[in-house]
Design a protein around this ligand. Structure first.
Ligand code: PLP
Length: 368
């Protein structure tokens, strides 16, 4: 039987084995493992890649989000109890970052077609406590860019959760420099993934950058001098070196993902499936995930599994229905519920072969 992996991390990283090995040998021999030249180099490269002035690498994507909010709290741009708008259908980390630092998440339903926040339905969620929006570029697709204008007009901070959207861009705007600050994750399965945990904040705001650098390094401005309550959230030299190597391949990898998405969208014809909406002629979707909706999702998933095709669900339970947020996240979110009941992520990765893609397409087209 054919076997199509959802995402072979082993295969993705095998392409870089020689370069990884020589980077590791150099770092091992140097005796310098934290806050060294590889971290500095990667931060400079990633800032440039995102068209941002500054990049602060951190330990993971959740920390990146939390550190942005903590820096705003420290700088007096936010205060405990302020409300932050977040999409109701995001990965739970987006919402955790808000509630973990003493802010109030206000869930907003996504656009049913793009699965992303759209500027049209934000106005009715504003209260006099609303101070920020975290827009998620979900599945790799930029959120509605009218949100930038909406945030400015309403004096709101705009934070990008770009954990799924490394390299997405539209009309000269690049994920990571669209809002006031952006959070990235380098979790192994992301479009730019480390061989472990990693994350970064990009921003054009020097004060925010410096505050995040300080908080993430024990609140320390100079060694053993602590100006603010800090934490330990750092990317290490080895992960930074590996990420520098992989960053060079990111554009080609994203193009391959887009090629696969276009093939799926052109060739999958099934009355059981709704295919994702995206702009074919732009770089605004980098297809971290290719997500379809199907009223027969579970039957389709089992069928594909029997045919050797691995699929995943992003995500099976929406945040407002998680036990962790019982009694905290209130309200009805029918669009979000429908997406979670019907969504299915098809295999997509830069190393999927044409043969595998065609097999996925023909197998789905024979589903009945
Ligand atoms: C992966 C992810 C995060 C969290 O990143 P970690 O590195 O796993 O902490 C946050 N938001 C979104 C949308 C993600 O997909």
């Amino acid at each position: 039987m054919k076997r199509v992996d959802f995402l072979s991390l082993q295969g993705i990283n095998a392409r870089f084995t020689e370069q990884f090995n020589s980077a590791f040998a150099e770092i091992n021999a140097s005796g310098w493992y934290i806050n060294g030249k590889f971290v500095k180099k990667f931060e400079a490269e990633f800032a440039q890649y995102c068209h941002a002035e500054f990049c602060a690498s951190v330990a993971n994507g959740l920390d990146a989000l939390e550190l942005i909010l903590k820096s705003y709290l420290q700088l007096g741009l936010l205060a405990k109890g302020d409300e932050v708008i977040v999409p109701a259908n995001t990965f739970i980390a987006t919402i955790l970052s808000v509630s973990n630092v003493g802010l109030i998440p206000r869930l907003v339903e996504p656009d049913p077609v793009t699965f992303n926040l759209s500027s049209a339905n934000l106005q009715s969620h504003l209260t006099n406590k609303t101070k920020a929006i975290i827009g998620v570029h979900l599945y790799g697709q930029l959120f509605d860019l009218n949100i930038v204008k909406f945030a400015k007009e309403n004096n709101l901070l705009l934070i990008e959760d770009a954990a799924q959207a490394h390299g997405a861009s539209s009309d000269g705007l690049v994920a990571g420099s669209i809002g006031d600050a952006a959070a990235f994750s380098f979790y192994p399965g992301k479009n730019l993934g480390a061989l472990g945990d990693g994350g970064a904040v990009t921003t054009n705001n020097k004060k925010v950058y410096e505050m995040i650098k300080m908080i993430s390094n024990y609140g320390s401005s100079a060694k053993y001098v602590h100006d603010v309550i800090g934490q330990n959230s750092r990317l290490d030299e080895i992960q930074a070196a590996l990420l520098s190597i992989k960053l060079k391949a990111l554009n080609a990898d994203n193009s391959r993902r887009q090629k696969i998405a276009n093939l799926y969208s052109e060739k999958i014809h099934s009355k059981f499936l709704e295919l994702p909406a995206f702009d074919k002629n732009s770089n605004s979707h980098v297809f971290h995930l290719y997500v379809v909706l199907s009223p027969e999702r579970d039957r389709l998933k089992n069928y594909l599994s029997e045919k050797g095709i691995e699929t995943l669900i992003h995500y099976p339970i929406p945040p407002h229905r998680q036990k962790a947020y019982q009694g905290i996240l209130e309200g009805n979110y029918p669009i979000t519920d429908k997406i979670h009941e019907q969504c299915l992520s098809l295999p997509i990765s830069p190393i999927l072969t044409d043969e595998e893609i065609n097999y996925v397409i023909s197998t789905i087209n024979s589903f009945n």
